[in-house]
Each structure stands twice: as C-alpha cells, then as structure tokens.
Write a protein that binds this ligand. Structure first.
Ligand code: NAP
Length: 239
C-alpha cells in the first residue's frame, strides 16, 4: 500500500472509532511532537489527536503532511523535526532506526529536557541491513542503543511491534484491551507513558528496564497482538 493510501485508510478507521471523550480519558491534554509521521507515526499520532492531545507531526518536507493534518482537524499541525520537538511536552520517535543517531546528534539536548520520549523505532534487517541490526544487538539492542544516541532522554519503548494498519482498529477494543509491552528506566516517564497509552485505548504492561527494549521488536515472542496477561506470561519467560 502506498503511504498516501495508508494514511487515508487510517483516517477512515479513526472516523469509525467511537469518540472517547477527548483528553478527559487521559487527564489533561499534553502537547505531543511526532518525529516521524509515516505509517506508524501517522497512525499513532492520529490516535493521540483523537484522544484530545495537540500533536505536531513532522517531516523533512512538512508540506507533504498537509493531507494528514487537514484530515485530523485543528489539534493536528505539521512542521519540521526541530519544530515538533520544541512543541512537544512528550516526543514520540517513529523513524527508521538508522536515523536515530542523526536525530540524537541534532536534537539530544532538546530531547533530554522532555518528561518523556517514546521510542517506537526498531532496527529491522529488511530495512536497515543485517550488519546494522547485528551491531545494535551487540550493543545491547534497541533500548540501550536509543539511550546511547539520546543521552539524558527519559525513554520508554512502546508500540514497537503492533502493525500501523491495526492500531486504529485495536484501540478501545471491546472487552479485554490489547496489551502494549513497554520498557523504560525512569519511573515518571513510565507513569506518563502508561497514562497516555491507556488514554488511546490500550493497556500498557511494563516488562522491565530499557535493556528489555531489545525484546520489543518485530519477530520476537512479545511482538504482535496480545492480552496484558499474555504479555506478562511471555515477559516472565524472557531474560
Ligand atoms: N509500520 C509499522 O507497522 C510499524 C510498527 C511498529 C513500529 N514501527 C517502527 O516505526 C519506525 C517507522 O516505521 P514506518 O513504517 O512508520 O516508516 P515510514 O512509513 O517509512 O516512515 C518513516 C518516517 O521517518 C521519517 N524519517 C526518516 N528518516 C528521517 C530522518 N533522518 N530524520 C527525521 N525523520 C526521518 C520520515 O519522514 P520524512 O517525511 O522526512 O521522510 C517518515 O515520517 C520504524 O523504526 C519501524 O520499525 C513500524
């Protein structure tokens, strides 16, 4: 599916979602800066808008995001990466993992001032190359490597292995919510991430510190759609 077709699909799915009472579902609205507004960043940011949070989506070519933000209404804006980071109380990073080092070099001081940086990004062999993925693995995996690239940032990994095309459908699912395994080291950042995740209709499950972030990638037992109890059981078998 092209990116354009994908974003249209996401918007249509969001229109079909039951309204959740805006930011009332999560407490106060928080300004969210999205670094990466492709398939995953676009879909996740749209859920934050739907929950009542002002969101600035970013691109190296912000004019390309006009359709996305127009479709999402007045809470959505588009800007540069720098503008999105400056805007956000919370920053969500959903970019190819190969770009994380460059984001850190350009923006780590600003990111270190945020109460929470949610890292959605993954090293993926298909996209980033086998050698790159091996190098990340040798340094402790996604999580510890994100912390190395973004020194001082209060990082929580989340939403790393739920497909972008499923997010809108799974949010606020009837019955038991879909679990989102998360990993982080900063208690306040974790608590805030948990509140934001609940507000968009999922149940966060803390599986451990950032070092456990290496398990939060596609193709691992925690990847995909699980109930919170399943995530706890799977996480208990990992080391
Ligand atoms: N797709 C999924 O189902 C899914 C699910 C969970 C996690 N993830 C993870 O999320 C990340 C993004 O995946 P995606 O599928 O959303 O990819 P995508 O559709 O290709 O979007 C990539 C985004 O990253 C931005 N980007 C790329 N290089 C950048 C740089 N150097 N500086 C700033 N922004 C940059 C792009 O912005 P421009 O407009 O500037 O090109 C674009 O918004 C990946 O790490 C992936 O593993 C994806």
């Amino acid at each position: 599916m092209t990116k354009r077709a994908f974003l249209v699909t996401v918007l249509l799915a969001l229109v079909a979602l039951p309204h959740v009472g805006g930011a009332q579902a999560t407490g106060s609205p928080l300004k969210i800066g999205m670094v990466g507004a492709g398939r995953e960043g676009g879909a996740l940011g749209a859920l934050f808008v739907k929950a009542g949070h002002p969101v600035k989506f970013s691109s190296r070519n912000p004019e390309n995001l006009k359709g996305l933000v127009t479709g999402l209404g007045p809470l959505a804006q588009a800007g540069t990466v720098e503008e999105a980071i400056a805007f956000g109380d919370v920053v969500v990073i959903a970019i190819p993992y190969t770009a994380m080092e460059q984001i850190g070099k350009a923006h780590s001081d600003a990111l270190a001032k945020k109460v929470l940086v949610i890292d959605v990004s993954n090293p993926i062999a298909r996209r980033d190359g086998e050698d790159f993925v091996k190098t990340v693995g040798a340094q402790g995996g996604a999580g510890l490597v994100t912390a190395k690239f973004l020194p001082g940032a209060r990082i929580v990994r989340a939403f790393n292995a739920i497909g972008a095309g499923r997010l809108a459908e799974l949010a606020h699912r009837a019955g038991e919510p879909v679990g989102v395994p998360i990993a982080g080291d900063d208690p306040k950042a974790i608590a805030l991430a948990e509140s934001l995740i609940r507000g968009i209709g999922f149940e966060p499950v803390l599986v451990g510190g950032l070092a456990m972030g290496r398990h939060l990638v596609p193709g691992t037992p925690l990847a995909g759609e699980h109930t919170p109890a399943e995530i706890r059981r799977i996480a208990g078998s990992l080391n």
